[in-house]
Design a protein around this ligand. Structure first.
Ligand SMILES: Cc1cc2nc3c(=O)[nH]c(=O)nc-3n(C[C@H](O)[C@H](O)[C@H](O)COP(=O)(O)O)c2cc1C
Length: 178
């Protein structure tokens, strides 16, 4: 399957990014095609709410989102990863989600995996997972799994935790989730 991983932390090789790579490792071992996008490396400006895309199907802004959106549309499986920032998802990920507007009616049917990290316990991260799951469910996607990397703060603290095994196993199970 065609898998697109969207890593929403500004920290390369941070905790959520490491979980993305572990998911990718599991999926590649099963023969899936995997691409990862680090949102921090992309220029994606905020939605202008001009609704021009409702007429044309495309955003009036010229930045990296056209390319990212084409990849999202082409993927059968999406992995969305975010650190918890003040109880919600990262700004990078939210800005990208708003820019789905030109194609919001074309995103149904995909399998979606969500990765959330934070220094809090799982109860403090649930809101992020729930919000992301609600967004993608409303778009008609199937949210297959939410992986929580809890109690991780500094870069790399997620290494050796059960979340790494969970991410790897989720990557291996792509296409087999009932
Ligand atoms: C601006 C900011 C706000 C944060 N707010 C929270 C929070 O509300 N809850 C939490 O558990 N962790 C919070 N954290 C900690 C990060 O979620 C945590 O360090 C996470 O592992 C970062 O993921 P990353 O390594 O993928 O960047 C915050 C970190 C930053 C920089």
């Amino acid at each position: 399957m065609q898998i697109l991983i969207i890593s929403g932390s500004p920290r390369r090789q941070g905790n959520s990014d490491l979980l993305c790579d572990e998911f990718a490792r599991g999926a590649r071992e099963k023969g899936h095609s995997v691409e990862k996008i680090n949102l921090q490396e992309k220029e994606i400006r905020s939605c202008l709410a001009c609704y021009a895309c409702f007429q044309t199907g495309a955003c009036v802004q010229s930045d990296d989102m056209a390319d990212v959106l084409a990849k999202i549309c082409a993927a059968q499986v999406l992995v969305l990863a975010s650190p918890t920032y003040f109880l919600t998802m990262s700004g990078q990920l939210k800005v990208m989600i708003d820019r789905l507007l030109p194609k919001w009616q074309d995103l149904g049917g995909k399998d979606v995996y969500i990765i959330v990290t934070g220094h809090d316990g799982k109860s403090g991260l649930l809101r992020v997972g729930d919000d992301l799951a609600a967004i993608w469910t409303s778009l008609g996607a199937h949210v297959r799994q939410i992986i929580y990397g809890d109690h991780v703060w500094k870069k790399g603290e997620v290494l050796g935790t059960p979340a790494m095994e969970e991410a790897y196993a989720a990557g291996q199970c792509v296409g087999h989730t009932p």
